[in-house]
Design a protein around this ligand. Structure first.
Ligand SMILES: [Zn+2]
Length: 92
């Protein structure tokens, strides 16, 4: 029984731990990375891979907003945040 409880504890701990996406170190913050240094690198990597901005469509207004990729990953994007970002004008 004791052993069983112990394994439960380990499982819970593992759930709380995250692996840093940059250096692979285990950490327990809610971020993707373990430190400010890795965080900066992570942002740079994102921009390099996905571009500096992402076009996100507001489901309510149907408007397209240009959102910095770093904001999406750092804060997580909410519907109500979209209005704070510039609307993309389509057409020529
Ligand atoms: Zn790291």
């Amino acid at each position: 029984m004791r052993k069983f409880l112990k394994s439960l504890n380990i499982a819970r701990d593992e759930k709380m731990m995250r692996t840093c996406v940059i250096c692979g170190k285990k950490h327990d913050c809610r971020e993707y990375t373990c430190s400010d240094k890795c965080h900066e690198m992570f942002k740079q990597k994102l921009v390099k891979e996905f571009g500096e901005y992402k076009i996100v469509v507001d489901m309510v207004t149907g408007k397209e907003h240009r959102v910095p990729i770093a904001d999406i990953f750092e804060k997580g994007l909410k519907q109500e945040d979209l209005k704070n970002y510039p609307v993309v004008v389509i057409g020529r």
